[in-house]
Write a protein that binds this ligand. Structure first.
Ligand code: ATP
Ligand code: MG
Length: 212
C-alpha cells in the first residue's frame, strides 16, 4: 500500500471481465484507456468460465480463451490474467467474482473498477444482484460504436451513480464478427494481436464444424 504525504492511499485496481471468445483490440484498448484515465495500478483480465448469458452458442474452451487472453496481454506490464472464473465449477456472475476478489484483498485498501463496454453496461439490470455491485466496485463504461452514453441516465439510480463513462477511440471490432470472419474464410489481421491470431489458426478455432 502506498503512503503519500502521510495519507494512506487506496489501491485502484481494474477488472476487465469478458468471454474473450476471442480477445481482441477492443478489449485491450478499453482496459488501457481506463487504466490511464483512472490511474489504475493494474488491470486484471478475467475470462468467464461458463458464460451465464451465452449458453445458446458454442464457446471456445475456457482453457483456450484463457491462453489467448494471456498471449494478448503479454506485452503490457500493467495487465495480469486471472483464472478465478474458469476454475470455478458454477456459471460466472460478476457479483460473485467481485465478492471473492474482495475476500483476497482487504476491502479498505482497494477500490475495484469493473471495466465494461457501454453495450454491456446498458444491460446491467439483467445481471445477478446488480443492485449489490455499487457496494463492491465502480463500473467503468467505455464507449462502443452504436451505443449512446445518454442511455446511462435511464438506468436505475442505485447503479447509475456507480458508473463512470469514459470516451475511448471507437473500434468497430467484436468477437462475434471475428468468429464470423473465420467461418467465412476472411482475414482477421489487425483486429487482434498477431499471437492470438496464430493461436486461433494453430488450434483451428472457430471454423465451420465440417472443417474443424
Ligand atoms: P461478443 O461479440 O461475443 O459478445 P465482444 O466483442 O462483445 O464479444 P465480450 O467478451 O462480450 O466481447 O466483451 C467483454 C467486455 O469488453 C464487455 O464489457 C464489452 O462491452 C467490452 N468490449 C468488447 N469489445 C469492445 C470494443 N470494441 N470497444 C469497447 N468495449 C468493448
Ligand atoms: Mg459482448
Amino acid at each position: 500500500m502506498a503512503v503519500r504525504g502521510g495519507r494512506k492511499e487506496v489501491r485502484r485496481i481494474g477488472i476487465m471481465g469478458g468471454t474473450f471468445d476471442p480477445v481482441h483490440f477492443g478489449h485491450l484498448l478499453a482496459a488501457e484507456e481506463s487504466r490511464r484515465a483512472l490511474d489504475l495500478s493494474e488491470v486484471i483480465f478475467i475470462p468467464a468460465g461458463d458464460p451465464a448469458h451465452k449458453r445458446q452458442r458454442r464457446v471456445a474452451s475456457p482453457e483456450d480463451r484463457y491462453i489467448m487472453t494471456l498471449l494478448a496481454i503479454l506485452d503490457n506490464s500493467y495487465f495480469t490474467p486471472s483464472r478465478i472464473e474458469i476454475d470455478r465449477k458454477e456459471p460466472s456472475h460478476t457479483v460473485d467474482t467481485l465478492r471473492e476478489m474482495r475476500h483476497w484483498y482487504a476491502p479498505e485498501k482497494v477500490q475495484f473498477y469493473f471495466i465494461t463496454g457501454l453495450d454491456a453496461v446498458l444491460g446491467i439490470t439483467s445481471w445477478k444482484e446488480h443492485e449489490a455491485l455499487p457496494g463492491l466496485c465502480r463500473i467503468v463504461a467505455a464507449s462502443r460504436p452504436g451505443y449512446m452514453p445518454e442511455k446511462i441516465k435511464a438506468l436505475p439510480r442505485e447503479v447509475r451513480d456507480a458508473i463512470i463513462p469514459i470516451e475511448i477511440p471507437l473500434l468497430s471490432i467484436s468477437s462475434t464478427d471475428i468468429r464470423q470472419r473465420i467461418e467465412d474464410g476472411k482475414s482477421i489481421k489487425y483486429l487482434l494481436p498477431d499471437r492470438v491470431e496464430q493461436y486461433i489458426y494453430k488450434k483451428k478455432l472457430y471454423r465451420k464444424r465440417s472443417e474443424a
